[in-house]
Each structure stands twice: as structure tokens, then as C-alpha cells.
Ligand binder design. Sequence first.
Ligand code: PFF
Length: 454
Amino acid sequence: MEKREFFGSRITVIFAMAGSAIGLGNIWRFPFIVGEHGGAAFVLIYIMATLLISLPVFLAEVTVGRRARTSSYGAMSSLAPGKSLWKFAGVLSIAIPLIIDSYYSVIGGWSLDFLLKSISLEFVRTSPENVSSIFGTFITSTWSPIIMHLVFLGACAFIVANGIKAGIEKFSKFTIPVLFVLIVLMIVYSVTLPGASEGVRYLLKPDFSEINARSFAYAVGQSFYSLSLGMGAIITYGSYVHKDENLMAAAGGTAVSDLMFAILAGLAIMPAVFAAGIEPGAGPGLIFQSVPFVFSSMSASHPAIGAAVSIIFFLTIVVAAMTSCISLLEVGVSFLKDRYGVGRVKGCIILFLLCGAAGVLCSLSFGPLKDITLWGMNLFDIFDWLSSNILLLLMALLTVIFTGFVLKKEDVWDELTNGGTKKVNDKLFGFVYFLIKWVTPVAIVVIFITNFIF
Ligand code: PFF
């Protein structure tokens, strides 16, 4: 049996975890949700939700991962042998990343295609009226999106195949700082456009009248997705963290980077969208239609700048999506390795084939398979809805219940304070443990009910 690999240092743990966290969730959902739900008022709620609910869930996940030192599949059942509920949690933690990676890598493929289109100056050359139809034509076609999906997934699998240190850690150590630089460049461009202030106001003007129970549910749901919680990724990454690393500091660093990136992404996108005089929307339309419209309309006067910014923008998206996709592939690789002794490279090939095939079906669900629907959703939407709104919450709930009620309090303390050696953590522990044990399970159940009933 190969020895378990570890991340090199706290900063590389944060880079890898931030890599998992920073993704499409930050770029296409956060800015829109903020604008729709009261601007800065929602940002405040979001920060509170992150600190009081998502961070404790994050800590529960890294605690379980590091304590068990195994894949997310066996983590809980190895700490509490014989209980089928924890075996079920293990199965869930493998199913969720497989489902998410299948559709997420399809979007990764779209982003890659749009990066190539930016490089070949397609958005600069197409008139604003025609530019938004490029996306519809592309995703409803059969072969191009499939090829791009497989190339994207293959590139992610290649990085994972290189291992924790030489693959994931090296890639995120380089790309996370680059992502921040790229998004700041975008902001500089975006906020200097005429009419951009409207977009800044949309994001940041506090409007407390928009805040209601649903805003809380949205804030928590979004911050779970954004921090990659309930997907097995943080449990798995936790299992690679050295015993003497400070888990609370790593979790805090990850949450702060993720939050900062989400706000920066909003400041990069919304001012440009408003400057171009279009309505912002969430989801693929925002980045694949509205933003290319911006590039096309701006490049009438400055084609070179339009081209450069479009390349920067889609490069950011491709890289952000890759670091997220990688973290979920690692969940599967670590499962195949720990459970069946399958080597890393072979594991990557198996996952590539599985997610590749499921992703092909998701991709086709916009074209030839678009008539196969359930409750009005195509296969792609079903994958997204099932994983983000149901399975992920269930997995997070099981993890916090496990940490609060099954693990011994001393063991949780031992992980979160490194045996009492981290004095600040020791002081915070009582509060954090209370949040994990009592606040997060109640919050997750309330969100679940709010999502379904209201
Ligand atoms: N935290 C990611 C995001 O905000 O986009 C969520 C995610 C999705 C992580 C897909 C990993 C992944 F493969």
C-alpha cells in the first residue's frame, strides 16, 4: 500500500481548499443573488451565515477527514464502525461528487470553448445583437460541447493523476494567486466603463427591505456550495492535512479567500453588464451571453482591449472551474485507492470514463436529448438540482450530527486545538463546538424546509 500523501504547509492547504471553493458558484451565482437580495445587506447576512454556519460545517468536515485519515467513503464508518447510517453517508459522499463533476465539467467545457473563441477574436468580431446567440447555438449542437467537456475533464484528471503534491498542490499554488490578479484586472477595466457605477450600486447598496427568511436560506445554501461543503471534498482534503497544521486557521483562510473572490467577481462583472445596458441574470446566461455582449459592444471603440479582457475573463473561469473539478475528482480517486487499492492513475482513468459518460448525457440534454425531462428539468438541471438542493444538504447534516453526537468531544477538541497547543483555538472551541452540535443541524433542517415549502 502506498503511503498517504500530505499537503506541504498551511498555505498550500489553503490554496488547495480555496481552489475547491472558488469556482463558478462565486462567478455566476453570487453576484446575481447579492443584487437580487438587497445588495450590501445580503453581503452582511452572507458573511454571518459563512461564519456561524458554513465555517462550523467546514470544521466538522476537516475534523472528520483528518481524524479518519481515509477517503470520505470510509471516514465516518471507520470512526464509528458497524453503523449503517455512516456507511450510507460514505456512499453519499462518493455519489455527490460524481454527479456534480459530471455536469460541472460540461460547463468547464463551455468555458474552454469560450476561451478559444476569445482568443480567435470571435466576440470582438461579432456584432452585439448576434453575440448572445453564439452560446445557444453552441450548447445545442452535438459534438463540440462533448469534445470540450472531455478535454476539460481530461485536463483535470491529468492534474489529479500527478498526485497531491506534484499535481493538486502545485497547480493551485500557482493558479489561485493568478486568479486574484486576473479578477482585479477585470475590475479595473469594468469599473472605468461609462455607466459602471449603476452596477456597483446594484451590488453594494444596502437594502434591508429585501431581507426575509428566504434570504437567510439563500445565503446559507450559496455559502455551502461555494465552500464545497457536503461534497466529500473537504473531508478528503482534510485527510491530507498534517497533524500539526492549524485547522481553524486553514478553514478561516479558505472562507476569507472564497468570500473575497465572490465579491471581486461581482465587482468585475456587474459594472460591465450595467455599462452595456443589459439586465443581469444568474447562471450560464450571465457569463456566456451577457458578458460576451459587453465585450462585443465595447470593442467597437477599443477592439484590442475588448479582446484582451475577454481572454482574461474566460481564462479566469476555466481555471476556477478546474481547481473545483479537481477537488471532486480527488474524492473519487481517494475512495478507489483506500477501498479497492486502485492506483492513482488508474483511478483517474476510471473517473474520467464515468464522469465523462454521464457528462456526455448532460451535454446532449441541451440538444438531441432535450425532450427527456422530469418535472420540466433536463438531465443537466436534474443533476444540479438534486446535488445542490438535496444531497449536499443531507451530507452536511450527517457530517455535523456525526461530529457533534458520535465523535467524542475530546477527539473533536484534539483535532481543532491540536491537543490544546493552539491557545486561541482552545478559547474558541466551546463556541465552535456549540455551533457544530446545535446550531448547524437546526439551520440545515430549516433551510431544507424553507427550500421546499416556501
Ligand atoms: N465551490 C464550488 C463553486 O463555488 O463553484 C463548488 C464546486 C462545484 C466544487 C464543483 C467542486 C466542483 F467540482
